[in-house]
Every structure is written in C-alpha cells, then in structure tokens.
Design a binder for this molecule. Structure first.
Ligand code: NDP
Ligand code: A1CAB
Length: 259
C-alpha cells in the first residue's frame, strides 16, 4: 500500500507511527507533508519515511490522509485537486469539514472518506470510526478498512454518527487519562509512591476493561460483584455519586460532542 499524510502533529504522528508499526505500509511508501514548525522533518529523521517534495508525487497513492486542524484543509484540498490518481482515496482525520464539502472541493468524481481515530492507534490499540462518500466502492472501503483496521479496530458508521463516535473514542483517552492521574494522585496522598501508583492503576484499568469485554457482563453487575456488604467499595461508590461523577462524565461527553 502507498499512502500519504498531510500533518505530523498529534494524530498525524500517531497515525504514522501506527502504520509503520503494523507494517501495512513500508517507510519508502509513506509520504508525509508537514507544516512550518519542522515536526514532520524531526519525525522523518526518527522513522525514515519520505517527505513530500511535490504534490504531483501523490498521484499513485492508494490513500491520502489529512491530519491537520480544519482551518488548513481548504488550502490542502486546492493543492490536491488535479494531483490525485483515479483510485486515490482522500481520507480526512479532522473533525470537519463534512464529506459533502470535501467532495465539492475535490470534484464530483473524487473518492472521499472521513475517519476519527484516537491516539492509541500508535500502539495498534485504536478505535476508529469511518464514513464514506458516495463514490467509494467496496474495493475502496476494503483499502481504507485494511489501513485503519491495522491500527486496532475500525468501524464504518453513517456520517451523522461519526461525531459522537469520535467524541467517545477520540476524546475519551484524555478523559481516561484524567481519571488515571486522579487515581494516582489519590494513591500518593495515601502513601504509595508515584511509580507504584501508576503500575497499580494502569494494570487495574486494563484488567477491568478486559473483564468487561471478555465476560460481556453489564458494568453494573461487575460493579456489584466488587461491592461487598458494608465494605470499602460501596463507600467509594457512594462518594463518587455524592460528587456527581456520572454527571461529570455525561457532561464531558456532551460538551465535547463533535458536530
Ligand atoms: N489529537 C487527537 O487525538 C485527534 C485529533 N483529530 C483531529 O486531527 C486534526 C489534527 O489534530 P492534532 O493532531 O491534535 O493537531 P496538531 O496541531 O497536533 O497537528 C496538526 C499538524 O498539522 C500541520 N500542518 C499545518 N498546516 C499544514 C499544511 N498546510 N500541510 C501539512 N501539515 C500542516 C501542523 O504542522 P506545524 O505545526 O508545523 O504547522 C501540525 O503538526 C484535527 O482536525 C483534530 O480534530 C482527530 C482524532 C483524534
Ligand atoms: O480535541 C479535538 O478536537 C480532537 C477531536 C478528537 C480528539 N481530539
């Protein structure tokens, strides 16, 4: 597979690291174009992909990804128009613009898709939602699925659900990181070292997620199994409820919701 990526910032670099780690693309078949700050050049020195010198080099790419903030995208689309092969799919990883806007900028026959990945793609543990423009046929979807699926799980969703999918899966890691840090702070407050705290917290979170996934048991049942009568856990659960933990999480997702 030959792919290109515009942007080597947070999600661009996670994508680049992921596709090289999964070996879905070889470094010589990965072309990257960065912005002005030199992040792409620094990453290239570490990972050995190719830097894009000329957009005309992209015509034989299977997929051209766009991993920049939305405001830069119109100028990238202008650069791309006329430099894409007949079967090159433009895959935007940005929260906007919509497929309709991408397609109208690139031409009515263009192959366009949108995906919202998350930072765990760099360790092949991603969860990515993807939506396709109307010109994408099964073979194009298979190419994108192979690419994104190599980074963890990738699920096709209608574009109207991509925002909330991307909010939970894409913003979610930051919320979980806040929770991890808070658990570690509480552990340190109560006498553990930072190192011990993170070791315990990370394995506990991974274990709880694995149990929920493998047992296919409702989280309320799993929670009840931990709460011994008159025991410690139920006192902690009551404290979470008293402090609006559930509501805080619901508000966080609702405020973050990508439209
Ligand atoms: N961060 C995340 O976890 C996720 C982000 N996204 C989406 O991805 C997009 C990027 O976000 P994020 O990675 O966090 O942002 P960053 O600011 O970290 O990265 C954006 C990158 O784009 C580069 N850039 C700017 N202009 C151009 C250009 N003309 N051509 C090529 N590259 C350019 C910038 O380079 P320079 O600084 O050198 O100008 C920068 O490195 C956003 O739309 C975001 O919504 C989606 C899912 C998850
Ligand atoms: O913060 C953001 O806007 C992006 C979208 C998903 C994750 N980060």
């Amino acid at each position: 597979m030959k792919i290109a990526c515009f942007g080597a910032g947070q999600i661009g670099s996670a994508f680049i690291r992921g596709v090289l780690k999964s070996q879905i693309v070889r470094p010589e078949n990965l072309l990257v174009k960065g912005g002005k700050s030199g992040t792409a050049e620094a990453l290239q020195a570490e990972l050995g992909f190719r830097l894009v010198r000329n957009v005309a080099d992209l015509t034989d790419c299977d997929v051209v990804c766009i991993a920049t903030i939305p405001s830069v995208i119109p100028s990238i689309l202008k650069e791309l128009k006329g430099n894409l092969g007949q079967n090159t799919i433009v895959l935007s990883l940005a929260t906007s613009p919509s497929i309709a806007v991408l397609q109208s900028a690139l031409g009515s026959h263009s192959l366009v898709a949108r995906a919202i990945p998350n930072t765990p793609i760099q360790v092949l543990a991603g969860m990515t939602g993807v939506s396709y423009g109307k010109n994408c046929q099964t073979t194009h979807k298979e190419t994108v699925q192979a690419l994104l699926g190599s980074l963890g799980q990738a699920l096709e969703v209608p574009e109207e659900k991509l925002g909330i999918f991307g909010t939970v899966a894409g913003c979610g890691p930051a919320f979980v990181d806040v929770f991890i840090e808070a658990l570690a702070d509480a552990s340190v407050l109560n006498g553990l070292s930072r190192k011990e705290a993170y070791k315990i917290v990370l394995q506990m979170i991974q274990g709880a997620a694995t149990l929920a996934q493998e047992s296919q048991t409702h989280p309320a049942v799993l929670k009840d199994q931990v709460c011994s009568p008159g025991g410690s856990t139920i006192r902690g659960v009551a404290a979470l409820e008293e402090n609006g933990f559930r509501n805080a999480v619901i508000q966080a997702i609702t405020k973050a919701n990508i439209h």
